[in-house]
Design a protein around this ligand. Structure first.
Ligand code: AMP
Length: 187
């Protein structure tokens, strides 16, 4: 089972992905986490992406596609991947379809978490105060939200046309959203 958790930044994708890792033993593939790990390690890749990420812009398709490709065998061995924060552009979505097809696999379900902008801004302000994640500052967050609306939201029709899109209210408590995800996965 390969699942994409889809939604704007701070919609709760990471939180819900971590819960699914626990309950279903799937592997979470978060390009944001991979890039933050690269920055923390001081690698060349980390140096290359640090400024772009801090500003809230997207890193290149090439970089994130390569990061995902490297991790596909591990996800396959576990029985499935939860893609979190990937794909974010049409080129990434098409590359993912091709990489999976080559391995005799596919995306089974795209779960869209719907949260309105007002609540996203509230959540991210709280997260910034707590963790100080640099791209959660209000200015970068605005850029991230525009990147989502302009480059990522257009993927919705792509997956809808493939009959893979399920939409879910992401505004409730973590437990309510988790229950909605479980229902969608059982359906
Ligand atoms: P996230 O943790 O998913 O919110 O990602 C944090 C930041 O990492 C984003 O604002 C981008 O700068 C970068 N990033 C993560 N995933 C991608 C992706 N699939 N495509 C491009 N940039 C990404």
């Amino acid at each position: 089972m390969n699942l994409i958790l889809f939604g704007p930044p701070a919609a709760g994708k990471g939180t819900q992905a971590k819960r699914l890792v626990e309950s279903r033993k799937m592997v979470q593939l978060s390009t944001g986490d991979m890039l933050r790990a690269a920055i923390a390690s001081g690698s060349e890749l980390g140096k290359k992406v640090e400024g772009v990420m801090q500003r809230g812009e997207l890193v290149t398709d090439e970089i994130v596609i390569a990061l995902i490709e490297e991790r596909l065998p591990e996800a396959e061995a576990a029985g499935g991947a939860i893609f979190d924060g990937f794909p974010r552009t049409l080129a990434q979505a098409k590359a993912l379809d091709e990489m999976l097809a080559k391995r005799g696999s596919r995306i089974d379900l795209v779960l869209r978490l719907k949260v309105d902008d007002g609540q996203l801004l509230e959540r991210v302000a709280g997260r910034f105060a707590e963790s100080g994640r640099p791209d959660d500052n209000p200015e970068s967050f605005k850029v991230r939200l525009s990147a989502y609306n302009e480059q990522t939201a257009p993927l919705l029709p792509y997956y809808k046309d493939q009959g893979k899109l399920a939409e879910l209210d992401g505004m409730g408590s973590i437990e309510d959203v988790a229950a909605g995800i479980d229902r969608a996965l059982e359906a």
